[in-house]
Ligand binder design. Structure first.
Ligand code: G6P
Length: 487
């Protein structure tokens, strides 16, 4: 018999996400070293005012995290977390792996980014059923912890596809709370969303509708969510004002839909991008590229949805169709390791390496390497590449927002042309001044790269300024506060 009563030091605001603001690794002397968590979600949430009194509930992601979580007790030492109050959940490793790798990253991520090759995948069999049970257990562990951390009447902001069942589970435990869920991914169109087993498709929607608000990065994803509710949940009613979905009512409760387009943190980025470690890397990159050459830059997790291979193919096409660029342009491609427990991510990473190598052996000369591929994560080096880029290539198959597209114009030294996929959420805000492409159309992307390289420098600078203004319209701190107010 569990009571879900708040602890005496419970908080007025609770944030919950799978990946937290800190992750641990082991130092050479065997001690635990705290580092910063990665990804768009964490960059957005890190701006949460520590003085807001929020508690951040997250999962231990590996053995070192688990050890730190056990040592820390209910909350981690604030010294490790940059002042955040963090509760890191030590979830049984097999349960965590099945929930995170099996359901969240192999099924929910895949459905929203439309990544399946449907003649063969997905296959929902007994193995999936076992993983789904683990996903339920993992969501239950979060709901239990939040119920302890949230003070009477507190606001709870639940993040992303890892935790879609939490709003419903939490409402059952603590009807006094205000609960919001926010999706950092796209939402699949209903016909594609229905690839999920019917009961799972329903449970995911019911879970989110257990909250008072459901937030999305763009109108397009909010509309797809509303449409999925109408198609999957019998009796769900969507309220529309001037054709725009504003809420979903199901089984007597109404959940309001919100669109909050997370922007770049200009203040943080501009300061960070001019520190000595970035200057050093900028100088090193300049030496590597060679004088007078142009650069096409991309920075991504090596993520299936980021479309890195087609980006390389477009660059190859550019060198073939416009041979005068040979020797004149370098494609700086930073593709950092991500989700390496999944075989399909490991082979995608290998494919990126293979295609880059093939371009280099086909076109490279004694003093020119066409693709400068780096696969070791290095944030200051990413910022250095943002600063010097002549062209930024952001061509995801589908993307909730894409913060790289917003960060580059903010730190660019001399203006940068942005080649942007129309399937990125950021396209809704940056479309006017970016060169938009269909991410599947490699020839079209090559044409856009050429146009970007040829763009008049004055025009490029003007566009970059407007892009930076649009990219910073809703900085992370305001993005967060807006949601709290709405809740
Ligand atoms: C995306 C997701 C985040 C996730 C990030 C990094 O941005 O929306 O929830 O944290 O990718 O992925 P990872 O699996 O490494 O946490």
């Amino acid at each position: 018999h569990t009571h879900h009563a708040p602890e005496p030091d419970a908080a007025p605001i609770v944030v919950a996400s799978n990946r937290g603001p800190v992750s641990y690794r082991r130092g050479e002397d065997g001690s635990l070293l705290a580092g910063r968590g990665g990804g768009g979600l964490v960059s957005g949430l890190s701006a949460i005012g520590q003085d807001a009194g929020a508690v951040w509930v997250c999962a231990a992601l590996g053995d070192t995290d688990r050890e730190a979580a056990r040592l820390g007790g209910r909350r981690l030492p604030e010294a490790d977390t940059g002042g955040h109050r963090v509760r890191m959940l030590d979830i049984d490793p097999a349960t965590f792996a099945a929930a995170y790798n099996g359901v969240a990253n192999s099924v929910l991520w895949f459905v929203h980014h439309m990544l399946w090759q449907t003649p063969l995948e997905p296959v929902f069999d007994g193995a999936f059923r076992a993983q789904w049970e683990a996903y339920e257990a993992y969501n239950t562990a979060f709901a239990d912890a939040i119920a302890e951390e949230a003070a009477e009447g507190a606001s709870v902001l639940v993040q992303d596809y890892h935790l879609v069942l939490v709003p419903g589970l939490l409402r059952a435990r603590r009807p006094d709370l205000r609960i919001g869920h926010f999706s950092h991914t796209p939402w699949a169109p209903p016909d594609y969303y229905r690839l999920l087993p019917d009961d799972v498709a329903g449970q995911v929607l019911r879970g989110i509708l257990g909250g008072d608000r459901a937030g999305f990065l763009t109108r397009r994803w909010a509309e797809a969510f509303a449409a999925s509710c109408e198609v999957v949940l019998p009796g769900a009613e969507v309220t529309r004002e001037d054709g725009v979905a504003t809420s979903v009512t199901f089984e007597g409760r109404t959940t309001r839909l919100g669109v909050h387009g997370l922007g770049a943190d200009a203040e943080f980025l501009r300061e960070r991008a001019h520190r000595p470690d970035v200057e050093e890397r900028l100088a090193a990159l300049r030496r590597q590229i060679g004088p007078g050459r142009r650069t096409i830059v991309r920075v991504d997790r090596t993520e299936l949805s980021k479309n890195i291979v087609r980006g390389l193919l477009a660059y190859r096409r550019l060198l073939e169709d416009h041979p005068h660029w040979q020797g004149e342009v370098v494609h700086i491609a930073f593709a950092y390791p991500s989700r390496q427990d999944l075989a399909v991510y490991r082979s995608y990473m290998a494919e990126v390496g293979r295609v880059a190598h093939e371009i280099n052996t086909t076109f490279g000369t004694a003093d020119w390497t066409p693709v400068a591929l780096q696969m070791e994560d290095d944030f200051p080096r990413s910022l250095a590449a943002y600063r010097l880029a002549d062209v930024a290539l952001v061509n995801p198959i589908r993307d909730g927002m894409n913060l790289v597209a917003k960060e580059v114009p903010v730190v660019s030294d001399h203006g940068c042309a942005l080649v942007l996929s129309r399937e990125a959420g950021a396209a809704a805000e940056l479309g006017e001044d970016a060169l938009m492409v269909n991410p599947f159309d490699v020839a079209d992307t090559a044409r856009a790269l050429n146009a970007a390289l040829l763009m008049d420098p004055a025009e490029r600078l003007e566009r970059t300024k407007r892009l930076a203004a649009a990219a910073t319209a809703l900085p992370p701190a305001r993005w967060f506060v807006d949601q709290l107010r709405a809740l």
